[in-house]
Design a protein around this ligand. Structure first.
Ligand code: PBG
Length: 319
């Protein structure tokens, strides 16, 4: 490139833009925009671009999640782009980020958590407990299936995949009597009025990281790490850290019927964890309080393993 041309370009924009990699679903784009807005607020002089991408998980929407048999289906392509340097940061739902971080990448910021709860959405029944014998519930998550069947064994859980709008369309078409979705996704998409009932954590313990948005970077990218500091919410970061540590020790990923929720109270953390068989017959719970995320994560994982969690996990992995 001729020198005069380069000088012209550097006059119009002297700051290297930040490029955000994201899935192209409406929810993922909302989350990427949310991170972009946070970056622009903290650093008004730095341009921020959004680069939408299609992931393997998006291409395989017809297959039940737990049958695809690969971890991090929604994040792999975006992580590859990050490692290649096509993008500088990746925005993820922490729920979709595998327990184990790939070599060379790290989560640099976790934003303040949205509502962590699962939500009941139905055009017919105000609550899941109103379902008749054989009532059809749509959910693709073994975690939601197990907890629902444990409490309401007379119901039937049917697979349901697709992005939030697709799932709502299938409900409205009459394929299900009700569905369970994350309240966070519905709120972000402006669909709060679809929620008939919030499922409290006692009844449907959320997924590890549910409701939290995480930003991933290359470990050697000190510039982006520094720029992201103001977006990190230390409390959410500690809570999600405790949940993820528990999950790591259980060898968990999003396909397993594993749930966890950490809540902070001043300097203290309370972590609840759950492992269940997909049919809901076996359901193990454990809880710990403490001040260190890693320690409560380890205590809950150990307590679940002491109750026989490993055999449930092995069974699901074999199936
Ligand atoms: N696996 C899909 C997914 N990933 C994150 C969310 C919701 C947003 C969040 O939990 O932060 C959803 C949809 C859902 O479970 O209803």
């Amino acid at each position: 490139m001729p020198t005069h041309h380069r000088q012209e370009m550097s006059r119009t924009s002297s700051v290297t833009p930040l490029r955000i990699g994201t899935r192209a679903s409406p929810l993922a784009l909302w989350q990427a925009e949310h991170v972009r807005a946070g970056l622009l607020r903290a650093h008004p002089e730095i341009p921020v671009e959004i680069v939408p991408m299609t992931t393997q998980g998006d291409r395989m929407l017809a297959v039940p999640l737990h049958e695809i048999g690969g971890k991090g289906l929604f994040v792999k392509e975006i992580e590859a782009a990050l490692l290649e340097g096509t993008v500088d940061l990746a925005v993820h739902s922490m729920k979709d980020v595998p327990a184990q971080q790939p070599e060379g990448l790290e989560i640099a910021a976790i934003l303040a958590r949205e509502d962590v709860r699962d939500a009941w959405v139905s055009n017919t029944f105000a609550r899941p407990e109103d379902l008749p014998q054989g009532g059809r519930v749509g959910s693709s998550s073994l975690r939601r299936r197990a907890q629902l069947l444990h409490r309401l064994p007379q119901t039937v859980v049917l697979d349901l995949r697709g992005n939030v709008a697709t799932r709502l369309r299938k409900l409205d078409a009459g394929d299900y009597d009700g569905i369970v979705l994350a309240a966070a996704g519905l709120k972000r998409l402006g669909l709060l009025e679809r929620i008939r009932h919030y499922l409290e954590p006692e009844l449907s313990l959320p997924a590890v990281g549910q409701g939290a948005i995480g930003v991933e970077i290359r470990s050697d990218d000190a510039r982006t790490r520094t720029l992201l500091k103001p977006l990190n919410d230390p409390t959410t970061s500690r809570c999600v850290g405790a949940e993820r540590h528990m999950n790591r020790l259980l060898g968990g990923d999003c396909r397993l019927p594993v749930a966890a929720l950490a809540e902070a109270d001043g300097t203290g953390l309370r972590l609840r964890g759950l492992v269940a068989s997909p049919d809901g017959r076996e359901l193990l719970r454990a809880e710990a309080v403490g001040s260190l995320a890693h320690s409560v994560g380890e205590q809950v994982a150990q307590a679940l393993l002491a109750q026989g969690a490993q055999h449930i996990i092995d069974e699901v992995k074999r199936a």
